[in-house]
Design a protein around this ligand. Structure first.
Ligand SMILES: *Cc1c(COP(=O)(O)O)cnc(C)c1O
Length: 365
């Protein structure tokens, strides 16, 4: 059997007609940049997340960059984040003029450790940027408490966590803003680049609407240095279709994760979930010191896997000034995590096959 890490064509084949109809609606309307399709998706998204507003932008990276700037993060500020994430999380802190400060992850949840955050706070700290890694909510209560005590902004990187909840609240509705990516591979993906910011702060909302349109407070009236970063109408209209069954899709991911855990007998660890929170499994990850050997074996059996992420950010060349800092939990995770195929269209017989091959591997190691 051959099983790809991800096969987006399966989902498209099931929903082709609905997507083609959505594209036709945009052409019939002739409104391609912002306008009614984008507004209607922004409304659907904010009510789904439970925030008062959603602002569609060009991609998840711009969502972070614009959210940082709109929240008032300025040159010289320090923003505390995790070293175990996709580069965009820290790259955009630099682009806002601020300095990323890393706090190690918890070795069990793989999310930023609230106690490590405390230790990194200085007079210059202006924000905390937790990532809900793989769709697993970060432990938000202590993070929000620390933020309140020190007067800090909290921006949630929800690129991987749409629909995940923490103590009854959706990720993206807990901090001052939540940033989302609709990159095709994400749990809610569009056919290209897309992103959004959710917020219930009207000042941040207004700034985001201004920043995504060249800093214009009204047409040709520029009060700020802005950007050209908007969610495309075609993408918004397709997302309008897809957001209707995101819960169903996330449920199938949870079902697959459960199956993996039941079937895999090998001595692997799994990411732990914070109290009263639900994980939406953007990735399903096994943790084992035999990671590289397991990945090579699965490849030889036709099974695609991926490593998110092989190099923690403080070991990236672009962050060479951080190279001597020590984040042992992030370093260990980077050498032990392996993401298995998990997408709603993955079939049960394929999950069985993957688990069987993992068990074969461990029976010989
Ligand atoms: C995908 C992702 C982003 C960036 O989103 P893009 O839409 O690709 O720009 C940011 N942060 C995390 C954690 C991501 O997984």
């Amino acid at each position: 059997m051959k099983i790809k890490m991800l096969d987006l064509t399966r989902e498209y084949r099931n929903s082709r007609k609905e997507y083609i109809d959505a594209i036709e609606r945009v052409f019939d309307n002739g409104s391609f940049i912002l306008g009614s399709h984008v507004e209607s998706f922004e409304n659907a998204m904010s009510s789904y997340i439970g925030s008062s507003a959603c602002i569609g932008v060009g991609n998840g990276t711009d969502a972070l960059r614009l959210a940082l700037i709109a929240s008032g993060i300025k040159p010289g500020d320090e923003v505390i984040t995790t070293p175990f994430t996709f580069i965009a999380t820290a790259e955009t802190i630099v682009q806002s003029g601020a300095v990323p400060v890393f706090a190690d992850i918890d070795g069990h949840t793989l999310n930023i450790d609230p106690q490590a955050i405390e230790q990194k706070i200085t007079e210059k700290t202006s924000a905390i940027l937790p990532v809900h890694l793989y769709g697993n909510p970060a432990d938000m209560d202590p993070i929000m408490k620390t933020a309140e005590e020190h007067g800090l902004i909290v921006i949630e990187d929800c690129a991987q966590s749409i629909g995940a909840s923490y103590k009854g609240r959706n990720t993206g509705s807990i901090g001052n803003c939540g940033t989302f990516s609709f990159f095709p591979t994400k749990n809610l993906g569009c056919p290209g680049d897309g992103g959004a910011v959710t917020t219930s702060d009207t000042h941040i909302e207004n700034m985001l609407r201004i920043l995504r349109q060249h800093g214009a407070v009204k047409k040709y009236t520029h009060h700020y240095e802005g950007f050209n970063s908007r969610l495309d109408a075609i993408h918004a209209e397709i997302l309008n279709v897809k957001i209707k069954n995101i819960n169903e899709k996330n449920k199938r991911r949870q079902e697959i994760a459960q199956k993996y855990k039941e079937l895999i007998e090998g001595p692997v660890r799994y990411q732990q979930t914070a109290d009263k929170s639900s994980h939406v499994y953007h990735q399903f990850t096994v943790i084992t010191p035999l990671r590289d050997e397991l990945q090579a074996y699965l490849k030889s059996e036709g099974i695609g896997t991926a490593i998110h992420y092989p190099i923690p950010l403080h070991k990236q060349k672009i962050f060479s000034s951080y190279a001597n800092e020590d984040y042992p939990n992030a370093q260990r995770a980077a050498s032990e995590v392996l993401s298995l195929p998990i997408y709603p269209e993955l079939r049960d017989d394929e999950v069985n096959y993957i688990a069987e091959k993992i068990n074969d591997f461990f029976s010989r190691h």
